[in-house]
Design a binder for this molecule. Structure first.
Ligand SMILES: Cc1ncc(COP(=O)(O)O)c(C=O)c1O
Length: 369
């Protein structure tokens, strides 16, 4: 049997997600690196871990593992609806934000449809477009690595179906200024859906940032994606959600597998939404770590971007792969951005103060080497 003859035509464009440095779980990292301490600053995880209330609710839910969970996740949807001030019918749950990106692509994209994606952004939009045989149209960034909305508008054609935006953006940590975003959405033609990934929404404070749930309420063509993996720290449980016009949500719900979010994750998410203290403490710790990184990069004279997330983008001016390898030898794992054409830049996730201190010492040392 020749599997090449069985797979879909898009197969050559697909690559498996291979778990390797820097993507291994901490225990495997320790083994591979031969270090007893590992600081994993490559996945934008919340160092605090989940809310205590979430853990208790999840433990309790284990006694029901024999039962199928609520297929739509009604209770979680209801709670999100109250929190966001939207109708429950405009919300749909997914197995993490990654799953929602995929479901959106599967719902809307036909082969040869065009999908506009900024050059420096989260990789899964491109993967989802390729999976559906759609044509990715890559839009360059502004000089300051901001998302060039004018450039995106210029690239819209009658074939454009989706535009993916990440706000705040991964891996730069920056936001699209609220006024610019609103003007952009006003200029979007009716045949285009703008998908706005707000995975880092809860970390984004400040007047420049506006959640696009506001634009959903104004009936604009936007579909917002969120996750419980970041500030709520439920990355291993796999739960995310989307908020959009009811027609969009109804369309995606035809594609969604019936039990895509497990009961343990639903229990954890529901409890997390009620624990505002955990969110506040997570943000407090994040702000301390962020300032520490800012101070360090300033001291080193390295340009960095002001972050609205739990990671910081920095241009080291040096070969980032060399820095990455030297840091890894000391058990510190960061993310290089060479794949984006940024060979001297790093993305450093914000951890506990202790982790940031370890990063600071190791970084200073590898720079001296
Ligand atoms: C922008 C963005 N979207 C989506 C995801 C995926 O999140 P999830 O764990 O919910 O699949 C990530 C994870 O890092 C992300 O950075």
């Amino acid at each position: 049997m020749k599997v090449e003859n069985l797979v879909r035509k898009v197969y050559p464009n697909l690559t498996p997600y291979i778990s390797q440095l820097p993507d291994l779980p901490v225990d495997e990292l320790k083994q591979v690196l031969g270090t007893d301490k590992v600081y994993k600053l490559s996945f934008n995880e919340n160092p605090l871990g989940p809310s205590r209330r979430a853990i208790e609710a999840m433990q309790k839910s284990l006694s029901q593992l024999n039962l199928y969970p609520c297929s739509s996740g009604k209770a979680v949807i209801q709670r999100i609806a109250e929190k966001e001030g939207v109708h429950p019918r405009s919300i749909i749950l997914s197995n993490g934000a990654d799953d929602m990106i995929l479901l959106t692509a599967q719902t809307f994209l036909e082969p040869d449809d065009e999908v506009i994606i900024p050059k420096v952004t989260f990789v899964q939009y491109l993967a989802a477009a390729h999976l559906m045989g759609a044509r990715p149209v890559i839009s360059p960034m502004k000089e300051d690595l901001g998302i060039d909305l004018a450039g995106i508008l210029e690239r819209i054609t009658p074939k454009t179906k989706l535009i993916f935006l990440c706000n705040p953006n991964n891996p730069t940590g920056t936001v699209i200024p609220s006024g610019e975003l609103e003007a952009f959405l006003n200029a979007i033609p009716g045949h285009v859906l703008v998908v706005i990934d707000e995975a880092y929404h809860e970390y984004a404070d400040g007047e420049e940032y506006v959640s696009s749930v506001e634009f959903v309420k104004q009936k604009k063509n936007v579909f917002v994606i969120r996750t419980f993996s970041k500030v709520y720290s439920l990355a291993a449980a796999r739960i995310g959600y989307g908020i959009g016009q009811t027609e969009v949500v109804d369309a995606i719900s035809r594609v969604r597998p019936p039990f895509n979010v497990n009961g343990v994750a639903q229990a954890g998410a529901l409890a997390s939404l009620d624990d505002s203290e955990h969110v506040a403490e997570s943000k407090r710790v994040n702000n301390v770590g962020k300032q520490l990184l800012y101070d360090l990069f300033e001291e080193l004279g390295m340009p960095y971007l002001r972050s609205f997330t739990n990671f910081v983008y920095v241009d080291t001016g040096k070969d980032s792969q060399v820095l990455f390898e030297r840091l890894a030898k000391q058990g510190i794992i960061v993310r290089t951005l060479t794949g984006y054409g940024l060979p001297t830049s790093l993305r450093v996730s914000i951890g506990h103060q202790e982790e940031m201190e370890a990063f600071r010492l190791a970084f200073q040392q590898v720079l001296r080497a």
